[in-house]
Design a binder for this molecule. Sequence first.
Ligand code: LMR
Length: 345
Amino acid sequence: MITINNIFGQHCARFRIVLMVLLVGIVSACGDGNNEASNQPILIKFPHVTAPGTPKGLTADHFKAVVEERLAGRVTVEVYPSGQLMNDDDSIDALAFGEVQMIAVSLSKLDRLTKRYQVFDLPFLFPDLDAAERFQAGPARDTLLTAMVESGLRGLAFWHNGMKQFGGPLAMTSPEAADGLKFRIMESDVLQEQILQMGGNPQKMAFGEVYQALQTGAVDAQENTWANIYSSKFFEVQEYLTESNHGYLGYLVAVNETFWQGLPADIRAELEQIVAEVSAWGNAQAKDVNDGALANIVASGRSEIAQLSDAQYQVWAEKMRPVWDKFAADIGADMIEAAQAAGRP
Ligand code: LMR
């Protein structure tokens, strides 16, 4: 599939964003792009990159089932899991151009469109999913959901995956263990700085390439949730996994703005309601899905699992503070303070 990424390469992000804004304007001027007028069901194409059994995979499939029951004959949802249609970076462009109508990409991957989302990548900020959820439900919610409307993306909800864990050739019970290791990271400048602070060598890479990169030694280490480490079999090619819970991995569920505004009002209202219900359903079970994945990894006996003591966790958190300092001005002190407050019991 030809996307702006293929045409212009990774290095023209600024140009791509300008082009995206222009084309979103043109698409908007050309009508609403939905099929109701022709008596065909409205189609929502929804690509994502994780396996069906992950928190996102389960929730996307549940969304399809509920929509096709409650809006039978009026809306159809096609879910494409496991990156079978496109990777996340391409899906952001495809959504802006209306090639697909809905995505759920990791919050980390939106930092090329807005700096505000960088808050989610600050290491050791959210202690658990509940803290992230309180922050997402708080005063910052609307600012975050509407931060990319000009680029053609409207946020509808936040979905959890889980807390991130480190994996590599040794237990990462102290930051020094990461020294010199090549780390696969998501496409995020904050995560890049996190790995540099650890003395590692960060490599931004699409999710679908990670297993092979670990297998061939193109990278030594990675960070991800138990659900992703298990379902994408990273545990088979990592000697040690460290239960570090050092960062949050969640998603923005976003729709194409022109598509959304062009929907008949009753359908848009029903979809909004369904997204809210389905998000609560998925977020309530994300922790259990991750716990189940960890249990499966332990049972496989394929990698050693290391834990951090409270003291080791504190050492890690201190060492990562310069990452916060570097991005504080871009993210905004108000946003960081609100996120910290959400983590206090
Ligand atoms: C990753 O690239 O590691 C994650 O964003 C994948 C995902 O969607 O959970």
